[in-house]
Design a protein around this ligand. Structure first.
Ligand code: GTP
Ligand code: MG
Length: 459
C-alpha cells in the first residue's frame, strides 16, 4: 500500500530507454530529491553538475553493488524538466534494472513516474509549450522521413511561432478596441471601427489559409489512406500483395473472396501510407459479403487516394458500380492487361466530356506479370508528394489544433457583427483564448491529461 511518502513524493523516476535487454539503459530522476538520490546511490559526497561521473551504484537497503556506470546531474532550471535531474547510465540487464528501480522506490520522496510526466513537468516549468511537447511525442512515434521532419519542426517551435503571432495580433486588436470602451459609441471615429474590421478580416484570412492545407499535417502524422476498390475478382487483393511484397490477402478465382477490410502499412516517398484492400463491390444477398461491401464503400468515402480497378479481360466494358467511384482522388487501374483484347489500350470508356468530365487516363497493369506496377507506384508517389508536401508546411498536425483554430475564426466573425464594444471585445478575447489553448499559453488542464497520457513512461 502507498504510504504518505509515496503519495506526496514530488521526485519521480523512470527508465528512459525501452524496457528489455540492452547495452546501456538510462534511468532518469527528476525533482527536489534527485541530487540526494544520486549521492546516496553512488556514495558520493559531492556531484558536479553537467559532468560525467564514473560511479558504482549501491543498493541503500542491502549495501549490495548493483552496477557500475555513468552518473550525470543537471541542476534545475537547466535541465529537461526544469527541475533537478539525475541520469543514470547503467548496463541494460533486467536484474540491474530491477535492483536500481527497487533502490530508487525505497528512497524518501521518490516515486515511479506516470506516462509523460517528465514532459508534463517540462511544460509546466515553461521549458516547452504544448505544441512543442506534442512535437516531441510525434518525434518518438515517427517512423517515416516526412513524419520525422514534421515532428522536428513542431518540436523546435516553428509551428508555435505561427500561433503566437496570430494570438498577438488578436490581442493587439483587442487592446485597440478596449481603448475606446469608455467612450460613448458616437464619439468613436468611423475610421477606427473600419480599420479594426479590416484587421480582423486579415486575421481570418490567415486562419482560413492555414485551415486549407488538405489536412496534410494530420495525414503525415496519422497516415495517408489509399483504398483499392472495384468489382469482385478484378485483382484487388493481388495488387495489395504485390505492393506489400508479401501474401497478406487471400487471392482466389472465386468472386467475393475478400470480405473484410485488410490494411497494410507502407512507407511511400517518406510518407506513412495505409493501403486498404476491400471486398469486391456488387449486389449481394449474402449478409457477410453485404457488410464487407458496406465497409468497402465507407473506406472509399474516407480514402485520400482511390485505386478503382477494372478487369482487363472485360475492358473497355466497365462495371457501373466501379465507374461511379471514380472521382478527383482516383486512379483508374485496369488489371490483367495480359488478357486485354486487341486495341484494348486505346479504348477508354472514361474519355469524352459526357462519359467522364474528369477524363481519367487508365493505367494498365498486370499483377501476374508485374507489368505497369512500377508506373502505378510512381504515379501514386507523385500524387502524394504533390498533395501532401506543402512548401511552407502545415501548422496543423492534430484535430485539436484544427478545432481550436476553427473556433477562433468563428469568434472573429462574431466580433465583426454590429455589437456593443464590450461584446466585441469579449469575442476577440475568446478568439485569443482559443489560439492560446493550442500552444498551452492559456491553461488547459482538461487536455493535459489526454495529451501527456499518450507519451510513454520515462518521457
Ligand atoms: N490473368 C491474370 N489474372 C489475374 C491477375 N491478377 C489477378 N488475377 C487473378 O484474378 C483472380 C482474382 O484475384 P483477386 O486478387 O482475388 O481478386 P479480388 O479483386 O481481390 O477479388 P475479391 O476479393 O473477390 O473481390 C485470381 O484468380 C488471380 O490469380 C492478372 O494480372 N492477370
Ligand atoms: Mg480480394
Amino acid at each position: 500500500m502507498a504510504n504518505n511518502d509515496t503519495i506526496f513524493a514530488n521526485t519521480i523516476f523512470a527508465l528512459a530507454t525501452a524496457p528489455g535487454k540492452s547495452g546501456v539503459a538510462v534511468l532518469r530522476v527528476s525533482g527536489t530529491h534527485a541530487l540526494q538520490a544520486l549521492k546516496t546511490l553512488c556514495r558520493l559526497e559531492s556531484v558536479t553538475a553537467r559532468s560525467a561521473h564514473y560511479a558504482s551504484f549501491f543498493h541503500p537497503a542491502t549495501g549490495e553493488l548493483i552496477d557500475k556506470g555513468i552518473a550525470l546531474f543537471f541542476k534545475g532550471p537547466h535541465s529537461f524538466t526544469g527541475e533537478d535531474v539525475a541520469e543514470l547510465q547503467v548496463h541494460g540487464g533486467l536484474a540491474v534494472m530491477r535492483d536500481l528501480l527497487s533502490a530508487l522506490s525505497g528512497m524518501k520522496g521518490l516515486r515511479a513516474a506516470d506516462a509523460g510526466e517528465f514532459t508534463r513537468r517540462a511544460f509546466l516549468n515553461h521549458k516547452m509549450d504544448l505544441m512543442e511537447a506534442e512535437g516531441l511525442a510525434d518525434l518518438i512515434e515517427a517512423e517515416t522521413q516526412a513524419q520525422k521532419s514534421q515532428a522536428m519542426r513542431q518540436m523546435q517551435g516553428e509551428f508555435s511561432d505561427f500561433y503566437e503571432q496570430l494570438r498577438t495580433r488578436i490581442i493587439k486588436a483587442l487592446a485597440h478596441l478596449e481603448a475606446y470602451i469608455d467612450f460613448p459609441d458616437e464619439d468613436i471615429p468611423e475610421s477606427v471601427l473600419f480599420e479594426l474590421t479590416s484587421d480582423i478580416s486579415h486575421l481570418q484570412s490567415s486562419i482560413e489559409e492555414a485551415l486549407q492545407d488538405e489536412r496534410s499535417g494530420e495525414r503525415v502524422r496519422d497516415g495517408i489512406s489509399i483504398a483499392i476498390l472495384g468489382a469482385p475478382n478484378v485483382g484487388k487483393s493481388s495488387l495489395l500483395n504485390v505492393i506489400a511484397k508479401r501474401d497478406v490477402a487471400i487471392v482466389s478465382s472465386r468472386a467475393g473472396t475478400t470480405r473484410d477490410v485488410i490494411e497494410v502499412h507502407l512507407d511511400i516517398a517518406g510518407y506513412p501510407v495505409v493501403l486498404v484492400d476491400t471486398a469486391g463491390i456488387r449486389e449481394s444477398r449474402d449478409e457477410i459479403e453485404a457488410e464487407g461491401i458496406r465497409r468497402a464503400l465507407e473506406r472509399a468515402a474516407n480514402a485520400d487516394i482511390k485505386l478503382v480497378m477494372f478487369d482487363g479481360g472485360q475492358w473497355p466494358s466497365a462495371e457501373s458500380g466501379s465507374t461511379s467511384l471514380v472521382d478527383e482522388a482516383s486512379f483508374v487501374v485496369v488489371n490483367k492487361c495480359d488478357l486485354l483484347k486487341d486495341k484494348g489500350r486505346e479504348s477508354n470508356p472514361f474519355s469524352g466530356p459526357l462519359a467522364n468530365p474528369l477524363n481519367k487516363k487508365p493505367l494498365f497493369i498486370s499483377t501476374s506479370t508485374g507489368e505497369g506496377v512500377d508506373t502505378l507506384l510512381a504515379a501514386i508517389r507523385q500524387r502524394i508528394v504533390e498533395r501532401f508536401s506543402f512548401s511552407g508546411g502545415s501548422f496543423i498536425t492534430r484535430a485539436r489544433h484544427r478545432a481550436l483554430l476553427t473556433e477562433a475564426s468563428q469568434y472573429l466573425e462574431k466580433s465583426k457583427q454590429d455589437l456593443p464594444l464590450e461584446l466585441k471585445c469579449e469575442e476577440l478575447r475568446q478568439a485569443a483564448q482559443a489560439v492560446g489553448k493550442i500552444t498551452g499559453k492559456i491553461q488547459v488542464d482538461d487536455v493535459l491529461d489526454v495529451i501527456f497520457k499518450s507519451f510513454c513512461i520515462g518521457k
